[in-house]
Design a protein around this ligand. Structure first.
Ligand SMILES: *[C@@H]1O[C@H](CO)[C@@H](O)[C@H](O)[C@H]1NC(C)=O
Ligand SMILES: *[C@@H]1O[C@H](CO)[C@@H](O)[C@H](O)[C@H]1NC(C)=O
Ligand SMILES: *[C@@H]1O[C@H](CO)[C@@H](O)[C@H](O)[C@H]1NC(C)=O
Length: 263
Protein backbone atom coordinates (compact mmCIF):
# COMPACT_ATOMS: atom_id res chain seq x y z
CA UNK A 1 0.00 0.00 0.00
CA UNK A 2 2.99 2.33 0.61
CA UNK A 3 3.89 2.09 -3.06
CA UNK A 4 0.35 2.87 -4.02
CA UNK A 5 0.29 6.02 -1.84
CA UNK A 6 3.56 7.33 -3.26
CA UNK A 7 2.45 6.84 -6.82
CA UNK A 8 -0.90 8.58 -6.45
CA UNK A 9 -4.53 7.75 -7.07
CA UNK A 10 -4.54 7.29 -10.88
CA UNK A 11 -2.07 4.46 -10.67
CA UNK A 12 -3.86 2.83 -7.64
CA UNK A 13 -7.00 2.55 -9.64
CA UNK A 14 -5.07 0.81 -12.38
CA UNK A 15 -3.35 -1.61 -9.97
CA UNK A 16 -6.61 -2.43 -8.19
CA UNK A 17 -8.39 -2.90 -11.50
CA UNK A 18 -5.62 -5.22 -12.72
CA UNK A 19 -5.75 -7.24 -9.48
CA UNK A 20 -9.53 -7.47 -9.74
CA UNK A 21 -9.34 -8.73 -13.33
CA UNK A 22 -6.68 -11.31 -12.37
CA UNK A 23 -8.76 -12.52 -9.41
CA UNK A 24 -11.92 -12.84 -11.49
CA UNK A 25 -9.90 -14.76 -14.09
CA UNK A 26 -8.57 -17.14 -11.43
CA UNK A 27 -12.00 -17.78 -9.92
CA UNK A 28 -13.57 -18.51 -13.32
CA UNK A 29 -10.87 -20.95 -14.44
CA UNK A 30 -13.43 -23.78 -14.83
CA UNK A 31 -17.21 -24.14 -14.46
CA UNK A 32 -18.86 -21.60 -12.13
CA UNK A 33 -19.48 -22.66 -8.53
CA UNK A 34 -22.82 -24.40 -7.91
CA UNK A 35 -25.48 -22.50 -5.96
CA UNK A 36 -26.86 -25.59 -4.19
CA UNK A 37 -25.57 -29.00 -3.05
CA UNK A 38 -26.85 -30.72 -6.17
CA UNK A 39 -29.03 -30.04 -9.17
CA UNK A 40 -29.78 -33.33 -10.92
CA UNK A 41 -30.37 -32.30 -14.52
CA UNK A 42 -33.94 -32.49 -15.75
CA UNK A 43 -33.11 -33.47 -19.31
CA UNK A 44 -36.79 -33.51 -20.28
CA UNK A 45 -36.66 -29.73 -20.53
CA UNK A 46 -36.99 -28.91 -24.21
CA UNK A 47 -35.36 -25.84 -25.65
CA UNK A 48 -37.70 -23.33 -27.21
CA UNK A 49 -40.09 -22.85 -24.29
CA UNK A 50 -38.98 -19.27 -24.02
CA UNK A 51 -36.05 -19.60 -21.64
CA UNK A 52 -32.53 -20.93 -21.92
CA UNK A 53 -30.14 -21.72 -19.08
CA UNK A 54 -26.40 -21.96 -18.61
CA UNK A 55 -26.62 -25.69 -17.79
CA UNK A 56 -29.76 -27.78 -17.20
CA UNK A 57 -32.68 -27.02 -14.86
CA UNK A 58 -32.83 -29.14 -11.68
CA UNK A 59 -35.20 -32.04 -11.30
CA UNK A 60 -37.56 -31.79 -8.30
CA UNK A 61 -35.26 -32.41 -5.26
CA UNK A 62 -38.05 -34.47 -3.66
CA UNK A 63 -37.64 -37.06 -6.43
CA UNK A 64 -33.84 -37.35 -6.19
CA UNK A 65 -32.69 -40.88 -5.31
CA UNK A 66 -29.35 -42.45 -4.43
CA UNK A 67 -29.34 -44.06 -7.88
CA UNK A 68 -29.03 -40.61 -9.45
CA UNK A 69 -25.49 -40.41 -8.04
CA UNK A 70 -24.40 -43.79 -9.45
CA UNK A 71 -23.16 -44.17 -13.03
CA UNK A 72 -22.64 -47.63 -14.48
CA UNK A 73 -21.84 -46.69 -18.06
CA UNK A 74 -18.05 -46.96 -17.93
CA UNK A 75 -17.68 -50.58 -16.79
CA UNK A 76 -17.17 -52.26 -20.13
CA UNK A 77 -14.84 -51.68 -23.04
CA UNK A 78 -16.62 -50.69 -26.23
CA UNK A 79 -16.45 -53.10 -29.14
CA UNK A 80 -14.32 -51.35 -31.73
CA UNK A 81 -15.50 -52.45 -35.17
CA UNK A 82 -13.12 -52.85 -38.14
CA UNK A 83 -14.83 -49.85 -39.83
CA UNK A 84 -13.85 -47.60 -36.95
CA UNK A 85 -11.39 -45.21 -38.62
CA UNK A 86 -9.48 -44.42 -35.46
CA UNK A 87 -9.44 -47.85 -33.80
CA UNK A 88 -10.71 -46.24 -30.65
CA UNK A 89 -13.87 -45.38 -28.76
CA UNK A 90 -14.92 -43.07 -25.97
CA UNK A 91 -17.74 -43.48 -23.48
CA UNK A 92 -18.72 -40.10 -22.15
CA UNK A 93 -20.06 -39.31 -18.70
CA UNK A 94 -20.91 -35.62 -19.08
CA UNK A 95 -23.94 -33.94 -17.45
CA UNK A 96 -26.21 -34.96 -20.33
CA UNK A 97 -25.25 -38.63 -19.84
CA UNK A 98 -25.04 -38.54 -16.04
CA UNK A 99 -27.49 -35.84 -14.94
CA UNK A 100 -26.09 -35.74 -11.37
CA UNK A 101 -22.98 -34.00 -12.73
CA UNK A 102 -25.03 -30.93 -13.70
CA UNK A 103 -23.45 -27.81 -12.06
CA UNK A 104 -20.75 -29.83 -10.26
CA UNK A 105 -17.90 -28.93 -12.63
CA UNK A 106 -16.62 -32.47 -13.24
CA UNK A 107 -16.98 -35.17 -15.89
CA UNK A 108 -15.54 -38.58 -16.78
CA UNK A 109 -14.62 -40.32 -20.02
CA UNK A 110 -13.53 -43.90 -20.66
CA UNK A 111 -11.28 -44.45 -23.69
CA UNK A 112 -10.61 -47.81 -25.30
CA UNK A 113 -8.00 -48.19 -28.05
CA UNK A 114 -6.93 -51.25 -30.01
CA UNK A 115 -3.18 -51.52 -30.76
CA UNK A 116 -2.31 -48.66 -33.11
CA UNK A 117 -5.61 -46.91 -32.35
CA UNK A 118 -5.71 -43.14 -31.88
CA UNK A 119 -7.84 -40.52 -30.24
CA UNK A 120 -7.28 -37.94 -32.97
CA UNK A 121 -6.02 -34.43 -32.12
CA UNK A 122 -8.77 -32.49 -30.35
CA UNK A 123 -9.43 -29.82 -27.74
CA UNK A 124 -11.73 -29.41 -24.74
CA UNK A 125 -12.43 -25.69 -24.75
CA UNK A 126 -13.99 -25.79 -21.28
CA UNK A 127 -11.86 -28.24 -19.28
CA UNK A 128 -8.46 -29.37 -18.10
CA UNK A 129 -8.17 -33.16 -18.36
CA UNK A 130 -6.30 -35.87 -16.44
CA UNK A 131 -5.85 -39.12 -18.36
CA UNK A 132 -5.40 -42.08 -15.98
CA UNK A 133 -4.27 -45.17 -17.88
CA UNK A 134 -5.99 -48.30 -16.51
CA UNK A 135 -4.65 -50.82 -19.06
CA UNK A 136 -1.93 -50.87 -21.67
CA UNK A 137 0.51 -48.24 -22.79
CA UNK A 138 -0.31 -44.96 -24.50
CA UNK A 139 1.59 -42.21 -26.25
CA UNK A 140 -0.11 -39.04 -24.93
CA UNK A 141 0.73 -35.46 -25.69
CA UNK A 142 -0.38 -31.87 -26.19
CA UNK A 143 1.03 -28.93 -28.10
CA UNK A 144 1.56 -25.52 -26.49
CA UNK A 145 -0.42 -22.75 -28.17
CA UNK A 146 1.08 -20.92 -31.14
CA UNK A 147 1.33 -17.66 -29.20
CA UNK A 148 3.00 -19.18 -26.11
CA UNK A 149 5.82 -16.76 -25.32
CA UNK A 150 8.39 -19.31 -24.17
CA UNK A 151 7.38 -22.46 -26.07
CA UNK A 152 5.21 -21.72 -29.14
CA UNK A 153 3.86 -24.95 -30.71
CA UNK A 154 6.10 -27.00 -28.43
CA UNK A 155 5.15 -30.69 -28.15
CA UNK A 156 4.91 -32.19 -24.67
CA UNK A 157 4.40 -35.93 -25.10
CA UNK A 158 5.46 -39.23 -23.62
CA UNK A 159 4.64 -42.86 -22.95
CA UNK A 160 2.17 -43.43 -20.13
CA UNK A 161 1.61 -46.90 -18.68
CA UNK A 162 -1.19 -48.49 -16.66
CA UNK A 163 -1.32 -46.85 -13.24
CA UNK A 164 0.22 -43.60 -14.51
CA UNK A 165 -1.50 -40.33 -15.41
CA UNK A 166 -1.00 -37.39 -17.76
CA UNK A 167 -2.52 -33.91 -17.39
CA UNK A 168 -3.63 -31.84 -20.37
CA UNK A 169 -4.05 -28.10 -19.78
CA UNK A 170 -7.43 -26.66 -20.73
CA UNK A 171 -8.05 -25.83 -24.36
CA UNK A 172 -4.81 -27.15 -25.86
CA UNK A 173 -4.66 -29.54 -28.83
CA UNK A 174 -3.90 -33.07 -27.57
CA UNK A 175 -4.08 -36.75 -28.58
CA UNK A 176 -3.55 -40.36 -27.50
CA UNK A 177 -2.25 -43.44 -29.34
CA UNK A 178 -2.04 -47.06 -28.25
CA UNK A 179 1.63 -47.93 -28.83
CA UNK A 180 1.36 -51.26 -27.02
CA UNK A 181 0.48 -54.71 -28.30
CA UNK A 182 -2.73 -55.09 -26.25
CA UNK A 183 -5.95 -53.08 -25.98
CA UNK A 184 -5.50 -49.99 -23.84
CA UNK A 185 -8.04 -48.22 -21.62
CA UNK A 186 -8.14 -44.99 -19.65
CA UNK A 187 -10.41 -43.15 -17.27
CA UNK A 188 -10.23 -39.40 -17.85
CA UNK A 189 -11.28 -36.73 -15.34
CA UNK A 190 -12.34 -33.29 -16.59
CA UNK A 191 -13.12 -30.16 -14.59
CA UNK A 192 -16.32 -29.22 -16.38
CA UNK A 193 -19.71 -30.94 -16.51
CA UNK A 194 -19.70 -30.16 -20.24
CA UNK A 195 -16.05 -30.11 -21.38
CA UNK A 196 -16.71 -29.72 -25.13
CA UNK A 197 -14.87 -31.80 -27.74
CA UNK A 198 -13.52 -30.39 -31.01
CA UNK A 199 -11.76 -32.98 -33.16
CA UNK A 200 -9.54 -31.25 -35.69
CA UNK A 201 -10.29 -33.71 -38.56
CA UNK A 202 -14.05 -33.49 -37.90
CA UNK A 203 -14.25 -29.72 -37.38
CA UNK A 204 -11.96 -28.78 -40.28
CA UNK A 205 -12.83 -31.47 -42.86
CA UNK A 206 -16.23 -32.63 -41.62
CA UNK A 207 -17.94 -29.26 -41.03
CA UNK A 208 -21.57 -28.98 -42.24
CA UNK A 209 -21.70 -27.12 -44.55
CA UNK A 210 -18.11 -27.70 -45.66
CA UNK A 211 -15.38 -25.14 -45.10
CA UNK A 212 -14.28 -23.70 -48.46
CA UNK A 213 -11.75 -26.25 -49.85
CA UNK A 214 -9.68 -23.39 -51.32
CA UNK A 215 -9.18 -22.01 -47.81
CA UNK A 216 -8.16 -25.40 -46.41
CA UNK A 217 -5.87 -26.12 -49.40
CA UNK A 218 -4.07 -22.81 -48.89
CA UNK A 219 -3.94 -23.28 -45.10
CA UNK A 220 -2.40 -26.74 -45.32
CA UNK A 221 -0.35 -25.97 -48.46
CA UNK A 222 -1.86 -28.91 -50.39
CA UNK A 223 -4.05 -29.00 -53.50
CA UNK A 224 -7.85 -28.99 -53.46
CA UNK A 225 -8.01 -32.63 -54.57
CA UNK A 226 -6.39 -33.67 -51.32
CA UNK A 227 -8.78 -31.45 -49.34
CA UNK A 228 -11.86 -32.79 -51.16
CA UNK A 229 -10.84 -36.36 -50.37
CA UNK A 230 -10.51 -35.49 -46.68
CA UNK A 231 -13.82 -33.60 -46.69
CA UNK A 232 -15.69 -36.46 -48.33
CA UNK A 233 -14.30 -38.91 -45.75
CA UNK A 234 -14.75 -36.86 -42.58
CA UNK A 235 -18.10 -35.33 -43.42
CA UNK A 236 -19.51 -38.87 -43.13
CA UNK A 237 -18.21 -39.34 -39.59
CA UNK A 238 -19.20 -35.84 -38.57
CA UNK A 239 -22.83 -36.62 -39.39
CA UNK A 240 -22.69 -39.78 -37.30
CA UNK A 241 -21.48 -37.88 -34.26
CA UNK A 242 -24.24 -35.29 -34.56
CA UNK A 243 -26.95 -37.93 -34.95
CA UNK A 244 -25.74 -39.79 -31.84
CA UNK A 245 -25.76 -36.58 -29.82
CA UNK A 246 -29.28 -35.71 -30.97
CA UNK A 247 -30.56 -39.20 -30.20
CA UNK A 248 -29.28 -38.84 -26.69
CA UNK A 249 -31.00 -35.52 -26.07
CA UNK A 250 -34.28 -36.97 -27.33
CA UNK A 251 -34.28 -39.83 -24.83
CA UNK A 252 -33.82 -37.87 -21.63
CA UNK A 253 -34.79 -40.48 -19.07
CA UNK A 254 -32.29 -43.13 -20.04
CA UNK A 255 -28.67 -42.96 -19.10
CA UNK A 256 -27.21 -43.82 -22.44
CA UNK A 257 -23.61 -44.42 -23.23
CA UNK A 258 -22.49 -42.36 -26.12
CA UNK A 259 -20.32 -44.54 -28.30
CA UNK A 260 -18.98 -42.32 -31.02
CA UNK A 261 -16.74 -43.06 -33.94
CA UNK A 262 -18.61 -46.25 -34.85
CA UNK A 263 -17.59 -47.69 -31.48
C1 LIG B 1 -9.61 -55.76 -27.94
O1 LIG B 1 -10.58 -54.96 -28.56
C2 LIG B 1 -11.18 -55.56 -29.68
C3 LIG B 1 -12.08 -54.52 -30.37
O2 LIG B 1 -13.09 -54.08 -29.53
C4 LIG B 1 -11.93 -56.79 -29.23
O3 LIG B 1 -12.51 -57.42 -30.35
C5 LIG B 1 -10.99 -57.74 -28.53
O4 LIG B 1 -11.71 -58.83 -28.00
C6 LIG B 1 -10.24 -57.04 -27.42
N1 LIG B 1 -9.23 -57.92 -26.87
C7 LIG B 1 -9.18 -58.24 -25.59
C8 LIG B 1 -8.08 -59.16 -25.18
O5 LIG B 1 -10.00 -57.83 -24.80
C1 LIG C 1 -2.53 -33.11 -55.59
O1 LIG C 1 -1.50 -33.48 -54.69
C2 LIG C 1 -1.23 -34.88 -54.68
C3 LIG C 1 -0.26 -35.16 -53.57
O2 LIG C 1 0.82 -34.26 -53.62
C4 LIG C 1 -0.73 -35.32 -56.03
O3 LIG C 1 -0.49 -36.70 -56.05
C5 LIG C 1 -1.79 -34.99 -57.09
O4 LIG C 1 -1.31 -35.28 -58.38
C6 LIG C 1 -2.19 -33.52 -57.03
N1 LIG C 1 -3.33 -33.31 -57.87
C7 LIG C 1 -3.45 -32.24 -58.67
C8 LIG C 1 -4.73 -32.15 -59.45
O5 LIG C 1 -2.60 -31.38 -58.75
C1 LIG D 1 -19.61 -41.10 -47.42
O1 LIG D 1 -20.92 -41.59 -47.35
C2 LIG D 1 -21.58 -41.65 -48.62
C3 LIG D 1 -23.02 -42.01 -48.38
O2 LIG D 1 -23.15 -43.04 -47.45
C4 LIG D 1 -20.83 -42.67 -49.48
O3 LIG D 1 -21.43 -42.74 -50.76
C5 LIG D 1 -19.38 -42.22 -49.65
O4 LIG D 1 -18.65 -43.19 -50.35
C6 LIG D 1 -18.74 -42.00 -48.29
N1 LIG D 1 -17.43 -41.41 -48.52
C7 LIG D 1 -16.32 -41.95 -48.03
C8 LIG D 1 -15.05 -41.26 -48.42
O5 LIG D 1 -16.30 -42.92 -47.30
Amino acid sequence: MGLVRIMGPACCDLILLTMFILMVGAVQAADPDPLQDFCIADLSHKSGQGYFLNGYPCKDPATVRAEDFIFKGLKDASIISPENPWGASANLAFARHWPALNTLGVALVRLDLIPGGVIAPHTHNLATEIVFVTAGELYIGFVANSDDVSAPNKLFAGMVKAGEAFVIPRGLVHFQMNKGTKNASTINFLNSHNPGISFLPLTLFGAQPAVDPALLARSFAVNETAVSALESLWSNFSGLFVSLARKQLNTPNEIEIQRWVLG
